[in-house]
Design a protein around this ligand. Structure first.
Ligand code: IYR
Length: 220
């Protein structure tokens, strides 16, 4: 098969535009916070669709786009997910997590209770697609974790850009989501994100981000 190529076109920015755009984008992302207290205020599904479309523009191994975004607003399904997540998290917080891990989480005030799963208007569960079945033949996808991780980063940025909030919730193990959401055998749950508005009285921990010097090393 010969691949057809088409010209690439991107609008050329002036130096000033590059500076202001990159600074503004950084400032926008720097305002993002993980939120644990949600409002039940509704969100238009059109916004969620745009957010998922944005995430699905992510680069992926051999352009296989090995992801499925399950968007859940159904209250019964949300309750099933919450109940199952809390059973696992109770085990995690009381038995599976080390004392040091529990200590590291103290500043965030997290525990096994996950009310946000029912309160937020939408839950997005991202599944990675380990392989595809094409004409009855199993075909592996490539760099699945990297691809889906990048898509999740773009999803989180798109959520923030739309004036909404989210939390990267990682109930572990999360196989129960395959059952609850009736997913096919080639999909594995990757990340669960409540999406909506922050509660009016929501608070966030007073934490700070590493400085540029701490995260960037130059080789000129
Ligand atoms: N999965 C658990 C625990 C947890 C782990 C880390 I690392 C966090 O940054 C936050 C929570 C939970 O979701 O509560």
């Amino acid at each position: 098969m010969t691949q057809k190529f088409i010209p690439y076109q991107q609008k050329e920015l002036t130096k000033e535009e590059q500076e202001t755009n990159s600074e503004n984008f950084y400032q926008l992302l720097d305002q993002r916070r993980s939120i644990r207290e949600f409002s039940d205020r509704p969100v238009d599904i059109k916004i969620i669709e745009n957010i998922v479309k944005a995430a699905s523009t992510a680069p992926s191994g051999a352009h296989k786009q090995p992801w499925t975004f399950c968007v859940i607003s159904n209250p019964e399904i949300k309750k099933q997910i919450r109940d199952a997540a809390e059973i696992e998290e109770k085990e995690n917080y009381s038995k599976r997590m080390s004392d040091r891990w529990i200590e590291d989480l103290e500043p965030f005030g997290t525990n096994w209770e996950k009310p946000f799963i029912e309160i937020a208007p939408y839950i997005i569960v991202v599944f990675k697609r380990a392989h595809e079945t094409i004409d009855g033949e199993k075909r592996n996808n490539y760099y699945v974790n990297e691809s889906v991780g990048i898509a999740c980063g773009m999803l989180i940025s798109a959520i923030h850009n739309a004036g909404l909030v989210t939390l990267t919730h990682t109930p572990s193990p999360m196989n129960f989501l395959t059952k609850v959401l009736n997913r096919p055998e080639n999909e594995r749950a990757y990340l669960l994100l409540p999406v909506g508005y922050a509660a009016n009285d929501a608070e966030v921990p007073d934490i700070h981000r590493k400085s540029l010097n701490e995260v960037m090393v130059r080789y000129d």
